[in-house]
Design a protein around this ligand. Structure first.
Ligand code: ATP
Ligand code: ZN
Length: 226
């Protein structure tokens, strides 16, 4: 990325649950993009704005390092990366510009349905499968519970049946995936929605002017949808 570029760079998820709505929001705000499936970068044809399309996990770090100017990402990923980078002494601050009205989900603890459960203390000494080890440990610490992680990047919900863990800490929206795997949701540890974030260092005047124009448009679009 050319840091001297006067084009505002916005990171969005390339393909996944936030992609369609991220693009739709930016289009509703008046930016025109022609997206080619294979391309990482998409230029706006009517504004000095570029979209960088990456995995959602990469978005917070790119914004925190100032490699891109803005990012649209779930709060769950933002907070996980923030905690991870804090622990490893990497830049971990961003400016939160807006909460966005999509990407709603929750990170929850679930256990096999045949297990008894009276409270989070029951997880003491247990192993919990998750993709979110920092959010999980943060929560357990607050609760005064010590449990170990089984860190998986996918298929978290099959871990108990596979004998890899006693419980799971996973994203839930309807609960259908948990139920299909014989699991019952017991605690919500984090509620999430998409966020618009900005890099910590100030933007050039030209880029700031675009952001100043973008924010009221986002407010207008979201107000109209309420
Ligand atoms: P990537 O390949 O980019 O890493 P991923 O598989 O990690 O994708 P997705 O499943 O596409 O991620 O989810 C992206 C984000 O969407 C999640 O981190 C969360 O913020 C949000 N999300 C998760 N589940 C839902 C849901 N059921 N409905 C809406 N948003 C969700
Ligand atoms: Zn991801």
């Amino acid at each position: 990325v050319d840091k001297s570029s006067q084009r505002l760079t916005i990171a969005i998820q390339k393909s996944g649950r936030l992609s369609k709505e991220s693009i739709a929001l930016l289009q509703a705000c008046g930016f025109k993009f022609s997206l080619h499936e294979a391309r990482l970068l998409a230029h706006s044809s009517n504004q000095p704005v570029d979209l960088l399309r990456v995995r959602d996990d990469d978005i917070p770090g790119l914004v925190m390092d100032g490699v891109v100017d803005l990012g649209l990402v779930g709060e769950n990923v933002l907070e996980e990366v923030r905690l991870e980078r804090q622990a490893t002494k990497l830049a971990s601050t961003v400016q939160r510009l807006r909460a966005l009205d999509f990407g709603q989900c929750r990170l929850s603890l679930a256990i096999p349905k045949e297990e008894n459960y009276t409270g989070v203390k029951d997880l003491e000494g247990k192993r919990i499968a998750t993709t979110y080890p920092y959010l999980l440990q943060n929560y357990l610490q607050q609760q005064g519970v010590s449990a170990s992680n089984a860190i998986l990047t996918g298929s978290v919900e099959v871990a108990p049946r596979a004998g890899l863990a006693d419980a799971v800490c996973d994203l839930v929206s309807t609960g259908a995936t948990l139920e299909a795997n014989g699991l019952v949701e017991k605690e919500v540890i984090f509620r999430s929605q998409a966020q618009l974030i900005q890099r910590p260092e100030p933007l050039s005047a030209a880029k700031q002017a675009i952001v100043d124009q973008l924010l009221p448009r986002i407010d207008g679009v979201q107000m109209a949808r309420e």
